[in-house]
Design a protein around this ligand. Structure first.
Ligand code: BES
Ligand code: ZN
Ligand code: ZN
Length: 492
């Protein structure tokens, strides 16, 4: 692991040279063939016995020149490049150089991926795979100390631009991962609020916090009731990016479920189903990361990030099944299950986005249901959205970021399913069917019908239980890059 990965506009003297080849070609780009000084060393690496050019395969010559395989040309995508880059950084980790120079732009087939996007994917792969969470590593830690910073440069100015934005996006994603990995005895609602304030100070975002007393006063019954059982009281954290010039009249609200710990409350999680529920704040962490990236890369879009923060605990002051609570928009809810808490805090945040922020578009991310994991596994998130234009933008952002999303249904029948005999709504139908859709149907009661709204259930992708190319076991930071690309779509 390198301490950090940094962009350099010029190659350092002792930089490890990296060129890329496709599996069926095993051919260096013409520009390199035309007598560049590194050609001979790269050619000798290319001749490494058994080297096939598979995605991420590295052939090394003298620890100074590497040929990186990109896999088959007709299977090549930005995702393949991210994977190749992730495998490259693991190889570089064994060499531990101070710098690497990427001669890759010429190899990328233009019609499949533009050079800037290639640079971005490359940098994302390198920096995402270089992350580890060692803040709590103690005296018995076996972690190897990190190598000094790695500087990366390339031979193409557009590739360079991509590297710079890719590094910023990976940094924002790694920041989201770091918040998500922070254990619940440290990361409680008050801690999230202080981290958001810190982020605002370092990025120029504006941070406002509606604290517990203010939430009670405003009648935010969802946030108040879910969070009141904890010693760390709930709050609504807001981060605003308001550039002087925006490309169009739009205010985008990004809402993220931030349950710092979900015990289930009195509908307690059983059979150790509680383990891992520190990741129930991954929606909020993604929004924090996205806001950081939006500010760092100065997107000309008005964006408000909203994090309803609460810890779902058991105490003499906790809410209970059978309580009837009154939400911020005046709708009443019969609590049928205290473990369906996410939709309650989100509902108030969505009302706030509509009523107070006057958002023109609302996109919400949450680890909302175990049911979405049953339906879609850990391969993608589920999106519920009945607004064609917004859905198109979300799908395009999922495609360009490589953070996959699949559409789920949300019909009036599902909304009827959430009606109560004793109040307006129930928060969960005891019939226990269509769980992921129930969550979406409930939330839909809190959005103005005219406001385009997307609910994205990330319960399957917020954290990974096995090491992957881009993320070690733990939080993935899923959504930071997708939300950034989505926001960028409003900048044109
Ligand atoms: N935070 C959970 C959802 C969850 C489950 C996320 C597993 C990640 C992994 C959520 O608050 C919850 O408990 N949902 C219940 C809903 C039910 C009570 C209606 C669920 O999924 O079982
Ligand atoms: Zn729950
Ligand atoms: Zn939850």
């Amino acid at each position: 692991m390198f301490k950090s990965i940094e962009f350099a506009s010029k190659p350092a003297k002792n930089a490890v040279i990296v060129a890329a080849v496709f599996a069926e070609e095993l051919k260096l780009p013409a520009r390199l063939d035309a007598g560049k000084p590194d050609r001979a060393a790269l050619q000798s690496a290319l001749k490494t016995p058994g080297f096939k050019g598979e995605c991420g395969e590295c052939a090394v010559s003298d620890s100074t020149h590497i040929v990186l395989g990109l896999g088959k040309k007709d299977e090549f995508t930005a995702d393949a490049l991210r994977t190749a880059a992730a495998r490259l950084i693991r190889r570089l980790d064994r060499i531990a150089p101070k710098a690497t120079h990427l001669l890759i732009a010429d190899t990328i087939p233009g019609r499949r991926l533009d050079v800037e996007s290639a640079g971005r994917a490359m940098a994302e792969g390198l920096a995402l795979a270089n992350w580890r969470f060692d803040e709590f590593a103690g005296k018995a830690s076996k972690n190897k100390p990190a190598h000094p910073a790695l500087a990366i440069s390339s031979d193409d100015s557009r590739f360079d631009e991509g590297i710079e934005s890719g590094l910023a996006l990976a940094e924002a994603t790694n920041y989201a991962r770091q918040i998500a990995a922070t254990p619940p005895n440290v990361c409680n609602p008050a801690w999230v609020a202080s981290e958001a304030r810190k982020l605002a100070r370092s990025t120029g975002l504006k941070c406002t916090v509606i604290d517990y007393a203010a939430a009670v006063k405003r009648g935010m019954g969802g946030i108040v009731n879910v969070g009141k059982g904890s010693a760390s009281k709930p709050c609504l954290v807001m981060l605003e990016h308001k550039p002087a010039k925006t490309a169009r009249h739009a205010t985008l609200a990004l809402v993220g479920k931030t349950i710092t710990y979900d015990t289930g409350g009195y509908s307690l999680k059983i059979n150790n189903g509680m383990k891992g529920m520190k990741y129930d704040k991954c929606g909020g962490c993604a929004v924090l990361g996205a806001m950081a990236a939006i500010a760092a890369l100065k997107l000309p879009v008005h964006v408000v990030g909203l994090l309803p923060c609460a810890e779902n605990m058991v105490s003499d002051d906790s809410y209970r099944p059978d309580d009837i609570i009154s939400m911020y928009n005046g709708v009443t809810v019969e609590v049928t299950n205290t473990d369906a808490e996410g939709r309650l805090v989100l509902a108030d945040a969505i009302t706030y986005a509509d009523k107070d922020v006057k958002a023109t578009h609302i996109v919400e991310l949450s680890t909302l249901t175990g049911g979405i994991v049953v339906a879609l596994g850990h391969f993608c998130a589920g999106v519920f959205c009945n607004h064609d234009d917004l859905l198109k933008r979300v799908n395009a952002a999922a495609e360009s970021s490589g953070e996959k999303i699949w559409r789920m249904p949300l019909w009036s029948e599902h909304k009827e399913f959430m009606r109560s005999q004793h109040a307006d709504l129930i928060n969960s139908n005891p019939a226990r069917s269509a769980h992921p859709v129930q969550g979406a149907a409930f939330l839909d009661y809190f959005v103005d019908a005219k406001t385009p709204f997307a609910h994205i259930d990330i319960a399957g992708v917020g954290n990974t239980e096995k090491d992957t190319d881009l993320a070690p076991t733990g939080p993935t930071g899923w959504g930071v890059r997708m939300l950034f690309d989505l926001t960028r779509s409003f900048a044109r």
